[in-house]
Design a protein around this ligand. Structure first.
Ligand SMILES: [Zn+2]
Length: 198
């Protein structure tokens, strides 16, 4: 991550959609690009981490990286005694907007990815999790029904364009989603057996 010299709060940025498109395209022709998969996977992981922190009014100190909660009233001092950095809720709040870091009503999706990603070892396991995340939906507060894609929370660009690009990914995958996931799961089983020393 890039170093912040001016002690401003920063958040994990949205991803360029081109990264995901490249990942799906190469995968569709049988290339398992581990490096690209990890790049996308980790960027998404950090993005989810950002949402979870914002949800709890937490911040990673830009000086020493200690994570702590910013109180709504008064000044919040970094708990690291040697650090001395402080912020307040107005500055904290202002830092969120330029990064589009408000989590919206998709906390379950962010949380699931954030918890599961570090446990995923193989290319296929990571691909499934990435695929599930980027095709997740916001949940409507009243009806509890999925209402709109979370894509614009994760990727740069206009929402309409992102929705279209997400649809294109399904095209790249060829078969329908259910079948694609089933095939992925079968491949994972194969991966696991091949990696199993016994
Ligand atoms: Zn600090």
């Amino acid at each position: 991550m890039e170093q912040n010299s001016d002690s401003q709060i920063s958040w994990a940025p949205r991803l360029p959609f081109s990264l995901v498109r490249r990942l799906y395209k190469s995968f569709s022709i049988g290339i398992y690009d581990d490096e690209l998969c990890d790049d996308v996977g980790i960027r998404l992981y950090l993005r989810c981490e950002t949402f979870m922190r914002v949800w709890e009014n937490k911040v990673a100190c830009p000086v020493c990286r200690t994570v702590f909660k910013v109180e709504r009233e008064g000044t919040s001092l970094c708990p690291n005694e040697k650090c001395g950095w402080s912020t307040d809720f107005n500055r904290y709040w202002a830092s969120i907007r330029p990064f589009y870091a408000w989590p919206g009503r998709a906390m379950a999706a962010w949380e699931e990815y954030y918890e599961k990603y570090p446990t995923k070892k193989t290319f296929h396991e990571k691909m499934i999790l990435i695929d599930q995340l980027i095709h997740s939906f916001h949940i409507d507060e009243k009806t509890n029904l999925p209402v709109k894609t979370v894509g614009s929370k994760l990727f740069e660009g206009k929402r309409k364009v992102i929705v279209q690009m997400l649809d294109e990914l399904s095209g790249v995958e060829g078969s329908n989603k259910e079948q694609w996931r089933e095939e992925m799961l079968l491949t994972i089983d194969k991966d696991l057996m091949e990696n199993d020393p016994n």
